[in-house]
Design a protein around this ligand. Structure first.
Ligand SMILES: Cc1cc2nc3c(=O)[nH]c(=O)nc-3n(C[C@H](O)[C@H](O)[C@H](O)COP(=O)(O)O)c2cc1C
Length: 327
């Protein structure tokens, strides 16, 4: 059967759509993590990890979540008249991985749970649970969207929730934030960690960076140079942090992106709290040196310039105890 022109056009449009980039963009929205459970026709507990949970309505109390149509659990959720949402705490990452695995025959083995509303499996020790009667279900592309009316809920533990962000759990960020808030994060340790990570990233950027990466860094340096006024303090701090983000991007290593972003976020919190941040014209030539070594793919020289940058930053901070250098 021949395809119509519009079908062909539609297919082309779909293949032009970069699914991976789309997923990455969606990952920019941090979510919690839940295990959605139901009871199978034989009473067996069924569950899977989900981050598509969302609140929908307060009156009546409605929530929603989406399930992949090729999930092994699809039929069970379609036939069931109810489901439960078990919101995970920060220390329940293992449970999240267990219920996201397609390899485990009995996901509930060794997991503490009890039967709740309509026999729904309720996982113990969660931050909150919502026991729902199915309100509606809609086929939506490659997912089925389930809407539930909350019959019962419980906000049990008051621990921090597990957070999923950019394809990973945010425990590292949360742990570091906790260290900072308890005053256990020494500035020298943070400085050392940033210095080491950025030197490593520069080496990788020399290997993996492409012209567009280096052009973006150049553009950023020009931007920083223009932000000299005292009232541009915040934009200057943000642009300076962007310099490090662009180096991270040029390294093309997704694991280090997470580590580096975390350190940058902490640095951002510190800078936000510092109202005396001043312009550091002396750092401009050092940034330019780093870039020129990058373009020549001279990793040793780039690393030396980065070390020099951090030395200068520290010197500036020590020289003027009342002000902090822009990073
Ligand atoms: C953090 C996280 C969130 C997830 N969110 C969803 C989701 O919203 N919908 C979905 O269908 N699968 C989601 N998954 C994948 C399922 O948990 C995984 O495919 C699971 O094995 C499905 O269960 P099944 O083996 O019964 O098909 C998620 C996985 C993780 C790690």
């Amino acid at each position: 059967m021949s395809e119509s022109a519009s079908q062909v056009a539609e297919k082309q449009e779909v293949s032009l759509f970069d699914v991976r980039a789309f997923r990455n963009a969606l990952g920019a929205f941090p979510t919690g993590v839940a295990i959605i459970t139901t009871a199978g026709a034989d009473g067996r507990p069924i569950g899977l990890t989900c981050n598509s949970f969302s609140s929908v309505s307060l009156e009546p109390p409605l929530v929603s979540w989406g399930l992949r149509i090729n999930s092994k659990s699809l039929e069970a959720f379609r036939s069931a008249g109810a489901f439960a949402i078990n919101i995970l705490a920060e220390d329940q990452k293992d449970l999240s991985n267990r219920f996201a695995s397609g390899q485990i025959a009995d996901k509930f083995e060794g997991v503490a749970w009890r039967a709740g509303h309509r026999g729904l499996p309720i996982i113990e020790d969660c931050v909150a649970t919502f026991e729902c009667d199915k309100f509606a279900e809609h086929l939506a592309g490659d997912h089925v969207l389930f809407l539930g009316q909350v019959a019962k809920f419980d906000h049990g533990r008051h621990e921090d929730s597990l957070v999923f962000y950019k394809g990973a759990y945010m425990m590292l960020t949360q742990s570091l934030r906790e260290l900072a808030s308890r005053g256990r994060m020494e500035p020298q340790n943070l400085d050392q960690a940033r210095r080491l990570v950025n030197c490593m990233l520069l080496r990788l950027a020399c290997e993996n960076g492409v012209d567009e990466d280096f052009d973006a860094i150049e553009h950023n340096i020009l931007q920083i140079e223009q932000l000299v006024a005292p009232e541009e303090r915040e934009q200057r701090a943000e642009a300076s942090l962007e310099f490090f983000r662009l180096i991270t991007r040029a390294a093309h290593n997704e694991v280090l992106v997470v580590v580096s972003e975390t350190l940058t976020n902490i640095m951002r919190q510190i800078l936000k709290a510092d109202s005396s941040l001043r312009y550091r014209p002396d750092l401009v030539p050092v940034r330019k040196q780093i870039l020129s070594h990058l373009r020549r793919r001279d990793a040793d020289a780039a690393e030396a310039a980065m070390s020099h940058y951090f030395d200068e930053m520290r010197r500036g901070t020590v020289a003027n105890q009342t002000s902090t250098a822009a990073p």
